[in-house]
Design a protein around this ligand. Structure first.
Ligand code: GAP
Length: 499
């Protein structure tokens, strides 16, 4: 059965990934809170992105700018004038829609051919009984829609104590502009040479008209953006530098999503048509993912040319150029912008990891997260919670491993159920402490100090001494294959029934 968004919403709530914001008050429209496991997953996504695209690269630096910026930033960037969507309202139920999205919704129809009975007709189809097409509100089927009006997506707020127009400012709708505004600060303070990039991870806000689809389109979200500045007069491998770097970034971003588990068949590139390009863009490509709602944008990679630096130079009166030593000339760099959404990446990783399978006649839900993404890396489980020594040993192992990784202890169910719970949240490894580990003092039997490590994906097990656990998890969690590690311990065994 194809995966639905409802399945992900329900798993996310049940297992502490994502909750509706202010749920006890009826919820806030299209704003979501990340629960205990969601916050770990989200932090892992941001940490890996930062590690791979900033920390590991000599040509990248970071920035953490304020959300509230000078209001002129948004006039210079074009957001005050152009960051709008056409909006229509229903005169009856007051529901609001994006004019260009109304026809993509199923619609309510009171069919005259059946004495006005109410039907839901699939998006953009005619009523099969009377042949009518939608003209009224798709939600209530009664109200007329207003003519389209342009609606600015920026959230307005007021700075300072006086609520007058002079104090109006905006919550940033993208993190990008802070990188342009700080271009000269970063260039001078870090003595950078082109090409170089500035990266930022942070919150953005958009008063989307028709948000929805869980965390796919929300009003408050996080972005991971890079502005990569190149010298437009340079050639790289026989091509203009901006075109060369645009393609390099497309490849690097696709590679990043594949590396952390998104399957090839669920990823594709979509080039923007000339008439759909943003006003600043020379060429834009979206990386699309096959979400449960269909193929949709996961991130965009635009060639923004020198538009932004020139605009900010014009509006601020400051020089935003780079001195090209070779040509002895000041140039305005071109910008390649890989712009990703953290929440959308999380949704894609969650959807791709989700699998249902049958194990010994029972349904198993498993999130096959890449180990570096998994919210919890190891769960330590005592086989018998009534045996003090087993429990003590399990707690001691958890404390030791928790110095390095997110590790949990759980003794609230039988072992089979504990394994299933960890599978369902994507924990790649469980460690089980049993009687053999600690021995039986009453019977004068010594323990062997070994514990069982169980692999989430194969459900195979190996026995390892407690002193070796840190080394083993260093190898497993840094990407060494389970089979290779298991071979060092005499090979894995298949778990007994229930495990
Ligand atoms: N600076 C360029 C920029 O912001 P964008 O395509 O509007 O470009 C980049 O946004 C990415 O941010 C998108 O590909 C998406 O992943 C994420 N994003 C944008 N709007 C969003 C929203 N309302 N909810 C969740 N994510 C969003």
């Amino acid at each position: 059965m194809p995966l639905t968004m409802d399945t992900l919403v329900s798993l996310s709530k049940r297992r502490g990934f994502v909750f509706q914001s202010s749920e006890i008050y009826g919820g806030t429209g299209s704003v979501w809170d990340y629960g205990p496991l969601g916050v770990e997953l989200k932090q892992n996504i941001k940490r890996l992105w930062w590690r791979d695209f900033v920390q590991m690269r000599p040509d990248m630096v970071g920035l953490d700018a304020a959300i509230l910026m000078h209001p002129t930033v948004w006039r210079a960037s074009g957001h005050v004038e152009q960051f709008t969507d056409p909006m229509v309202d229903c005169r009856d139920c007051q529901h609001r829609f994006r004019a260009d999205h109304v026809d993509a919704r199923p619609w309510i129809h009171f069919c005259p051919a059946t004495k006005g009975n109410k039907f839901e007709i699939p998006a953009s189809e005619a009523c099969p009984r009377c042949g009518a097409r939608r003209t009224l509100c798709p939600d209530c089927g009664k109200g007329e829609l207003t003519a389209a009006r342009q609606f600015n997506l920026m959230f307005k707020t007021f700075m300072g104590p006086v609520e007058d127009d002079a104090a109006v400012t905006y919550l940033r709708p993208e993190t990008a502009q802070a990188m342009f505004v700080n271009f000269d600060n970063v260039l001078q303070s870090m003595r950078l040479k082109l090409p170089f990039g500035i990266a930022q991870v942070g919150r953005s806000f958009r008063n989307e008209i028709t948000p929805g689809n869980f965390i796919f389109r929300t009003r408050e979200f996080e972005q991971m953006e890079i502005e990569y500045f190149v010298n437009p007069h340079e050639q790289v491998e026989g091509r203009p530098a901006d075109e060369y770097w645009h393609d390099r970034w497309i490849g690097d971003c696709m590679g990043w999503f594949r590396r952390y588990g998104l399957r090839e068949e669920n990823l594709r590139l979509r080039w923007h048509e000339q008439d759909e390009l943003a006003h600043y863009a020379k060429r834009t490509v979206d990386i699309e993912y096959r979400f449960p709602i269909g193929w949709s944008e996961l991130m965009g990679i635009a060639n923004r040319t020198d538009y932004d630096l020139k605009q900010h130079a014009k509006f601020s009166g400051k020089t935003l150029t780079y001195f090209d030593e070779e040509r002895k000339d000041h140039v305005v760099p071109y910008v390649i912008e890989p712009a990703a959404g953290v929440d959308r990446a999380l949704l894609a990783f969650l959807a791709d990891a989700y699998q249902e399978e049958e194990v010994r006649g029972e349904k198993r839900v498993v999130l096959r997260f890449h180990p570096e993404l998994a919210p919890v890396k190891v769960a330590v489980l005592p086989l018998l919670k009534k045996r003090d020594e087993i429990v003590r040993t399990a707690h001691a192992i958890r404390s030791e491993l928790a110095k390095r990784w997110r590790v949990v202890y759980d003794d609230t169910a039988a072992i089979g159920r504990l394994y299933r719970r960890q599978d369902e949240v994507g924990t790649p490894y469980c460690v089980t402490v049993d009687v053999q580990t600690v021995g039986d003092r009453d019977k004068g039997e010594a323990g062997d100090g070994r514990v069982t490590i169980r692999d989430r994906d194969s459900m195979q097990q190996i026995r390892v001494s407690t002193g070796e656990l840190v080394r083993v998890f260093e190898d497993l969690l840094s990407g060494e294959a389970w089979t290779a590690v298991a071979a060092r311990f005499g090979g894995a065994t298949t778990a007994s029934a229930g495990a």
